[in-house]
Design a protein around this ligand. Structure first.
Ligand code: PHE
Length: 440
């Protein structure tokens, strides 16, 4: 029980509610959704199982795990995971801060006073351009995360989420009901649900793949770390299925709440990282008890973000405590301090540092977001599959799936995916995109 909760808590977060909708919006809507679902099924699910298997088999943090199953240079995969977790946190914490800011805005009545699309957009852009608020909320968010990790109270938080997450789902359902009944919503439904196959481009494929890893918390060892705490009695296949299903459902429902409203109020889907924060307040303002719902929604989103950021920081902290012998306190506080500092340029990327482009016209925020999601996580996933499937060999770990013996067929399919399908597909997609983006 504890494991599924923690893993689902890690998976469901800003990735589902903030990132998925804006990526879908930028990448042709339903075409993106379709490719995303395929990625989840063909790559996400098998790699989720692989990470949990590695974790439970080795009972170690990602670096220790790769030392055991790969040895030699394979530990680099573990280091890369720790690094990726750290880099994701530098901007995840900034968006986590946005959820806190919007909680306050809901409480103070700003959200319910929104009377036009324009007003919602103005509120958001003034907010993210304000250096003081951005830095303050970023600091608060990372402090909250570090506090929980260092006090070792994530268990308590996860128990709370059993009560809180269903409420988040209910609010999303209420939002969907409001959204699809707005005049002009039908256009949004068809944008989100009727794939236009001509929209499937290399960019759509690579971004859907990256989002699949990001949303399921794969490719950097979070699930290895959680798997290492998983009891031998638990069934890995069915746990993985449950986590993947919940995470995908959450993302899908959020899209259903956002796109009908977006078209109804006349926004464009290519809004980028501000999409959710621009659209949902308009929907709340058009609902009875809007400020109650929006306060609850942003509070629950904050908690969902927190249970994900805990898992990101936990990977870094468990590495420092296991490998360097640091105390939990020292590890958590130093990790937090480093994220706080390296997150400053991300916090200022929409205001003071908007024009500071660090690579191919990207702000620091965009760069960190893209590099981790599009490259680091899928490459991590590829190396995980190769190390487990070829270096260590599946025969050594197949017994981890034993309690699930009624699923022999699933076990075989999984083995096939990890050895052949996942590595080949990942090499093809990452390789093609690498070359393609260089030529462009
Ligand atoms: N899956 C989390 C989310 O969707 C983010 C995350 C990515 C967490 C990678 C851990 C590892 O918000």
């Amino acid at each position: 029980m504890g494991f599924i909760l923690a893993a689902a808590g890690s998976a469901v977060g800003l990735g589902n509610i903030w990132k998925f909708p804006y990526l879908a919006g930028e990448n042709g809507g339903a075409a993106f959704v379709l490719i995303y679902l395929l990625c989840i099924l063909i790559l996400g699910l098998p790699i989720m199982i692989a990470e949990i298997v590695i974790g439970r088999h080795t009972e170690k943090n990602p670096v220790g795990a790769f030392r055991t199953i790969g040895g030699g240079r394979w530990v680099i995969v573990g280091y890369m995971g720790v690094m990726t977790g750290f880099l994701i946190m530098t901007y995840y914490s900034v968006v986590g801060g946005w959820t806190m800011g919007y909680m306050i805005k809901s409480l103070s009545g700003t959200i319910s006073s929104i009377s036009s699309t324009r007003m919602s957009e103005d509120i958001f852009s003034a907010f993210i351009q304000d250096p003081l608020q951005m830095l303050a909320y970023h600091s608060l968010f990372i402090s909250a995360t570090v506090f929980i990790v260092y006090r070792g109270i994530s268990n308590g938080i996860e128990k709370w989420t059993t009560i809180l997450m269903p409420i988040l789902f209910i609010i999303i359902l209420i939002l969907i009901a409001r959204s699809v009944t707005l005049p002009g919503a039908a256009k949004g439904l068809s944008f989100y649900l009727m794939p236009d196959f001509s929209k499937i481009t290399t960019k759509v494929i690579i971004e859907a793949l990256g989002q699949c890893f990001f949303s399921l918390s794969l490719g950097m060892g979070a699930m290895i770390t959680y798997g290492s705490y998983l009891s031998r009695k638990e069934k890995i296949l069915s746990s993985a299925l449950q986590i993947v299903f919940l995470d995908t459902l959450a993302a899908f429902l959020v899209g259903l709440a956002i796109f009908p409203a977006l078209f109804a109020v006349g926004m464009t889907p290519e809004k980028g990282p501000g999409l959710t924060f621009n659209v949902l307040p308009v929907v709340f303002s058009k609902m009875p008890y809007g400020s109650v719902f929006s306060t609850l929604f942003f509070m629950l989103l904050f908690i969902a973000a927190l249970t994900s950021s805990i898992s990101l920081v936990q990977v870094v902290v468990s590495y420092a405590t296991d490998e360097w012998g640091w105390s939990r306190r020292k590890a958590a506080l130093s990790t937090g301090a480093a994220i706080l500092l390296l997150g400053i340029p991300a916090a200022l990327s929409f205001g003071a540092m908007k024009d500071v482009k660090i690579f191919l016209g990207n702000t620091y925020f965009d760069f960190m977001d893209k590099v981790t999601t599009i490259y680091m996580l899928p490459i991590g996933g590829l190396l995980i599959a190769i190390c487990l499937g070829w270096k260590y060999g599946l025969n050594n770990t197949m017994h981890e799936l034993d309690p699930d013996t009624n699923n022999v067929l699933l076990e075989r399919i999984w083995a096939l995916s990890i050895k052949y399908i996942a590595p080949l597909l990942l090499v093809a997609i990452i390789g093609y995109f690498g070359i393609y983006s260089m030529v462009k």
